[in-house]
Design a protein around this ligand. Structure first.
Ligand SMILES: Nc1ncnc2c1ncn2[C@@H]1O[C@H](COP(=O)(O)OP(=O)(O)OP(=O)(O)O)[C@@H](O)[C@H]1O
Ligand code: NI
Length: 372
């Protein structure tokens, strides 16, 4: 493995400036993707997973804006901020322009696959023509060559009779087939990194399994790195090498997939794991995470998870936990932000009544933002 990761995200911050206030959608996340690695980004709806990936692609839409941090891809600064004369953060001269992002990065170096293929595919054009045009533009090859590549790619992702299906319209494909087309499109320009944002969420379990197997095979063949966004830890267990768990704009735990499942450090990750079926548990033991994720406009003080945490104590709303490596000697890096692992008086503090521990904590909306 080369010393430098393929992608390095440091303290990335993206906010939405709305009438209700500033939404801190991504609030200082850091993680890396190594060559050939499949890195998971998991968390409940609204955690900031999609905003994180669209920030890496520099596709954040109004009223959103990347406001800080650095994203380095093969030594190039996709995002880079520096301190200005008055201490304010501003874009550094090294940060790629939008035109450079379009010309050098998107599609060719980093491709993205979205959840809903119908959004990425134009319903009025034939599938093959769309794929061909994408290849023509991004790889600068002739129309004829692009068609050859397109048909090859369709075959590669398991579309039967690709020459024939080349002339089909998107609606003539099943959901799974359309997702295969998007994978073909993503792969067709031989990017080194593919970002997949819940690519299998809309599919039934069997088709999802097929797509995951396909990605696994392709990854081995092309040594492509992936960032895989999902709220499904079952999928994570199946394909990820490393996992980042997001909660309310922050990554609160990161570890190798086995360590995350079997040496879980963060109570939120624990709660997430308890809410999915696992081979070592019967379905009857499943417990959904209690409470509701608070708004990212006004996140809770201290540890943001404290309002729902079954292990919260009085220090938790008071101390901002540090994101630190808590791995045992010999274990690979295991990052977590939880005051349990800091010397800030957790052990002596009193338990805190939270949505997880109170009688009203069964996910009742009334239990939220109450006057404790
Ligand atoms: N255009 C927007 N305007 C205002 N707020 C936004 C906008 N887009 C996203 N957000 C906010 O940013 C936060 C993160 O959203 P994001 O879509 O990244 O969540 P997610 O983890 O991808 O969730 P899901 O699993 O539902 O896709 C949320 O609080 C969301 O409301
Ligand atoms: Ni999302």
């Amino acid at each position: 493995m080369s010393a430098e990761p393929l992608l390095k995200v440091e303290n990335l911050k993206t906010q939405f400036f709305t009438e209700e206030g500033t939404v801190r959608a991504v609030d200082g996340i850091s993680f890396e993707v190594n060559e050939g690695e499949l890195v998971g980004l998991v968390g409940e709806s609204g955690a900031g997973k999609s905003v994180a990936t669209s920030s890496i692609m520099r596709l954040v839409e109004d009223p959103g804006e990347i406001v800080g941090g650095t994203v380095t891809y093969k030594g190039t600064k996709i995002v880079d901020f520096e301190e200005g004369p008055d201490g304010e953060l501003r874009r550094s001269p090294e940060m790629l322009s939008n035109a450079e992002m379009r010309k050098q990065i998107r599609g060719k170096e980093i491709a993205i696959i979205f959840q809903d293929p119908m959004e990425a595919l134009n319903p009025v054009f034939k599938v093959g023509a769309q794929l061909r045009e994408f290849i023509e533009i991004n790889r600068g090859v002739s129309e004829k060559k692009a068609k050859e590549i397109a048909v090859d790619m369709l075959r590669e992702v398991g579309i039967p009779e690709p020459e024939k299906r080349y002339d089909s319209y998107p609606h003539q494909f099943s959901g799974g087939m359309r997702q295969r087309v998007l994978i073909a499109m993503a792969l067709s320009c031989q990017p080194d990194l593919i970002i997949a944002d819940e690519p299998t969420t809309a599919l039934d379990v069997t088709v999802e399994g097929q797509i995951i197997d396909l990605v696994d095979d392709l990854r081995e063949k092309y040594n492509t790195s992936f960032i895989w966004v999902t709220h499904d830890l079952g999928v994570v267990a199946e394909i990820c090498d490393r996992v980042n768990v997001m909660y309310l704009g922050e990554i609160i735990e990161q570890a190798d997939v086995d360590d995350l499942f079997y040496q879980t450090r963060h109570p939120y990750t624990d709660a997430l794991l308890d809410s999915i079926p696992r081979p070592d548990q019967s379905v009857g033991e499943l417990t959904p995470i209690k409470g509701v994720m608070p708004e990212a406009i006004n996140p809770p003080s201290g540890c943001r998870f404290h309002t729902r945490c079954p292990e919260a104590r009085t220090v938790c709303p008071e101390v901002r936990p540090e994101y630190q490596d808590v791995s045992d000697p010999g274990e690979s890096r295991h990052m977590v932000s939880c005051v349990k692992y800091e010397n800030v008086g957790y052990d002596d503090a009193e338990p805190l009544e939270t949505e997880a521990t109170s009688a009203f904590g069964g996910g009742l909306v009334e239990a939220r933002g109450d006057d404790e």
